[in-house]
Design a protein around this ligand. Structure first.
Ligand SMILES: *Cc1c(COP(=O)(O)O)cnc(C)c1O
Length: 396
């Protein structure tokens, strides 16, 4: 039996979501823009899903636009706010150093188009403060974009307070909430959010579908030229099975959220306590302000890749950080933002749990990681130098 502990990369499709999707994969193939009955049935399913998602976020259906996922929603949110800002000659954007690449690379592109970007420091515990945001706001700031919860180290940001600062200064506030939606209670009004990105496959929905919330009055610009779907905000025939599956998965995740949170927090803290017993290991990110299923460590004298491959051999699917950067040899930008030196950032391990993980699995993971770390250190010349005092330990 394999143990899947990489839910921050993606989650398995829930049975509820699959069953909701099947009728639209089998018989209900109508195009929601068509006037005939087949089309109208699809249009009804589309609007029903929009209503359900809006209710869960505490907004109106008109404020929800469907996208192809979290990356597209991030791109569209930031580009729309930038367009709106440029019209008033405001070309400064504030974000953080540990955002997802969908945000960071969009900001890089905007810099080439004449925008200036301030990336806030996230500190050693991986959190930004509302005070930092306030201090960075300038008269020409058009947008603040801070992720709700980090996809690598799981830290949760003080979103409501940051949103309040943005409101007070009349600056738009976007949050990449891809890791948070379906896992943490979110209400866009109370949380002072103007733009929010979400993605179905991070809460047991299908891949390739997501949504962007844009508060009434915040005009979205379409990234894709074409038909007038989604009230002209996103051209292209809507992914009806995906959207229906996303709504079903979100309802299910929200309904079991409280119960799941307790279960996961207990498993997470057990895993953290066990991994801390490994010598020269360190937890990354804040201990309490973190996603209920996220465990992220660095181990001194270890290559993250070798650790992952050996865990995979033992039937455990884990990650060194973000799925988007694995395969590249650069250390994670998130760990570097925390101030971890390169040689430590290379020895990272992310374990992300979800509802289907059990206590027995956590015990098995603990045993496997402990043994694999010891085995790898036994083969490592770097580790020998550390033990012989020829090099200094970075992690005490
Ligand atoms: C997964 C993820 C994304 C990208 O979402 P896709 O639907 O895979 O495009 C963006 N931001 C965060 C924080 C994520 O975890």
């Amino acid at each position: 039996m394999r143990i899947y502990a990489d839910h921050a990369a993606t989650t398995p499709l829930s049975k509820t979501a699959l069953e909701a999707m099947l009728p639209y994969l089998e018989g209900g193939y109508g195009n929601p823009s068509s006037l005939h009955s087949e089309g109208q049935r699809a249009a009804e399913a589309l609007e029903e899903a929009r209503g359900r998602i809006a209710r869960r976020l505490g907004c109106t259906p008109r404020e929800i636009t469907f996208t192809s996922g979290g990356s597209e929603a991030d791109n569209q949110a930031i580009r729309s706010a930038a367009w709106l800002g440029a019209r008033k000659n405001k070309r400064h954007i504030i974000s953080t150093a540990f955002e997802h690449h969908a945000v960071l690379h969009t900001l890089d592109a905007l810099k080439e188009e004449g925008f200036s970007v301030t990336l806030l420091d996230v500190g050693e515990n991986g959190r930004v403060t509302p005070e930092q945001v306030e201090a960075a706001i300038r008269p020409d700031t058009c947008l603040v974009s801070v992720m709700y919860a980090n996809n690598e180290i799981g830290t949760i940001q003080p979103i409501r307070e940051i949103g309040a600062v943005c409101r007070a200064h009349q600056v738009l506030f976007h949050t990449d909430a891809v890791q948070a939606v379906g896992h943490l209670p979110i209400q866009v009004e109370e949380d002072n959010i103007d733009l929010l990105s979400l993605s179905a496959h991070k809460f047991h929905g299908p891949k390739g579908v997501g949504a962007l919330y844009a508060r009434r009055g915040v005009a979205l610009r379409s990234l894709i030229c074409g038909g007038g779907q989604e009230r002209g905000k996103r051209a292209g025939t809507e992914n009806i099975p995906g959207i229906v599956g996303m709504a079903a998965a979100l309802d299910e995740s929200c309904e079991r959220m409280e119960q799941e949170r307790e279960h996961l927090t207990a498993l997470r803290d057990q895993l953290i306590a066990g991994l801390e017993r490994i010598p020269h290991s360190v937890l990354n990110g804040d201990r309490t302000h973190r996603l209920p299923g996220n465990v992220h460590f660095c181990f001194e004298g270890i290559e993250g890749e070798s650790l992952l491959l050996m865990l995979d051999d033992r039937g455990i699917a884990a990650s060194s950080g973000s799925a988007c950067t694995s395969g590249s040899l650069d250390p994670s930008h998130v760990l570097l933002a925390l101030g971890r030196p390169h040689e430590i950032a290379h020895g990272s391990l992310r374990l992300t749990l979800d509802v289907e993980n059990t206590q027995e699995e956590v015990e098995e993971i603990l045993q496997a990681v402990t043994e694999v770390v010891a085995a790898l250190r036994g083969m490592s010349p770097v580790w020998r130098d550390l033990e012989n005092g020829k090099r200094d330990f970075v992690i005490q």
